[in-house]
Design a protein around this ligand. Sequence first.
Ligand SMILES: NCc1[nH]cc(CCC(=O)O)c1CC(=O)O
Length: 306
Amino acid sequence: MKIKIGTRGSKLALWQAHHVEDKLKAAGFETEIVTIETKGDKILDVSIAKIGSKGVFTEEIEEQLQNGTIDIAVHSAKDMQSSLPEGFELIAFMEREQANDVIVSNKKINLTPDSEVLLGTSSTRRVATLKAHYPKVKTVAVRGNLQTRIRKMNEGACDALLLAYAGVHRMGYEEMISQHLPLDQFTPAVGQGSVAIEVHNSLDDDKKKSLKRILNHGPTASCLLAERSFLKTMDGGCSIPVFAMATIQGDALKIVGGIISLDGKEEIRITKTGPLDKPMKLGFELASEVLTSGGKQILDEIKNQL
Ligand SMILES: NCc1[nH]cc(CCC(=O)O)c1CC(=O)O
C-alpha cells in the first residue's frame, strides 16, 4: 500500500515528513512525499497576526487531503488550529521532543533580568513573557523559516532568536543554542514539540487505523488532547499569548496553562491534575478556571488591542 504524504516545503516541514516516511517504510508501506506551498509560506513580509485568516499554513494542504491527491498531511502540532474545518481530523500525535524554548545566537547570550539584548521573535506569547521576566530585552519581528531567521540574525537584524527547541534540534542547530529557557517561565504554546498527522474523513478506515497504530504515541496524544481542548475552550486564535503543557505523572495527567497580557503585567497560570483517560475534560476544566480567574478579562483586552 502506498501512502502519499503532504507537507510544506520548509526544511523543518520536510524533516518532519521524512520522519513520518521512515516510520511508515519500516512498517512496510510505500511512500511518496508531496510538497505543497501555502499562503503562509508565500507572504513573508507581514506578521501572521496581521495576515489574520485561519489556516494560512494549512488551507492548500487540506484541499489536497480532501480530493485525495495526498493521504495524510504532516504538521508541527503547534501550528494546528484547535478546531479543524469540517471533515478533517488529527489521527496521530508523534512522540514529543523537549518542549521548551531556547535562545539561539552566534554570541554568548544568557538572559538575566538586566539583559538589554535585541531578540528576534514574532510570537506574542514570547514577547509578553520577555516583558514579564526580562523587561530590558527588546524584540523585533523576524519571520520566515528557521534558515531565513538565522540568516537575518547573522546579517544583524537581532542579537539572538527565541525559538522552540524542537525545531532547532530537528534542523541540527543545537550548537547555536546559548540558553535553554525554563518551562515554568516560557511555558510553551499548545502542541509545541510534537508532530501531528491530519487526514480527511474520506480516507479509507483500514488505512486510517494502520497509520494511527504506526504513528501515534499514546502518552503524547493524551497530553496533546488535553492541551488542545484547553486551547479550544480559551477560543483565542494563534496570535493570543496562551500557553499550556501537559505531562504524565504516574497514572495521572498534569496540565499547566494560562494566559499572559501583551505587556506581560498580568498572568493567569493554573495547574490541574486529572485522570489519564479524560484528557479533554481536564483541558476544558483548566480553561474554564483560567477564564473565570481573570483570564477572560485579559483575553478580551487582547482581542481589542490586536
Ligand atoms: N511557529 C512556527 C513553528 N512551528 C513549529 C515550530 C517548531 C517545532 C515544534 O514546536 O514542533 C516552530 C518554530 C518555533 O516556534 O521556533
